[in-house]
Design a protein. Structure first.
Length: 128
């Protein structure tokens, strides 16, 4: 057993590699200088699209659950209470999707966008 390396004898592994996040810290994202804004924009848009898809899924699940309950309660219950079940599903979906508006506003809010909007606003005549 003399040929085995020292680490296999039960010595603790070496410290984590340099640059790795410490306990409880998130690893910092790295972007190239010219593409940082585009990458951040794409990331925020992707997150909001994911949120919308989850909201649609939750709304449909709520609708299907309510429909099944209506069907079990009475004959033709799913058909009779369909508008109520659709409303409950929509309510759940809209509730889950409501932060998307803020996500999109944050994605568009950048120094370049504000500068562009200011230049457009200056082109309109002033109202006195």
């Amino acid at each position: 057993m003399a040929n085995r390396p020292e680490e296999s004898k039960g010595n603790p592994p070496s410290s984590p590699p340099q640059g790795a996040p410490k306990n409880g810290e998130k690893k910092k994202r790295k972007y190239s200088k010219n593409l940082k804004g585009a990458q951040q924009f794409e990331r925020r848009i992707s997150k909001s699209a994911h949120r919308v898809s989850q909201a649609v899924e939750k709304g449909l699940d709520t609708y299907l659950d309510e429909r099944d309950k209506s069907r079990e309660r009475r004959r033709d219950g799913a058909l009779i209470e369909s508008y109520v079940n659709v409303a409950r599903g929509l309510e759940e979906g809209i509730t889950k999707a409501s932060p998307v508006v803020v996500d999109l506003a944050k994605a568009v809010n950048s120094k370049r966008t504000r500068r562009f909007l200011r230049s457009i606003a200056r082109s309109f005549p002033r109202v006195r």
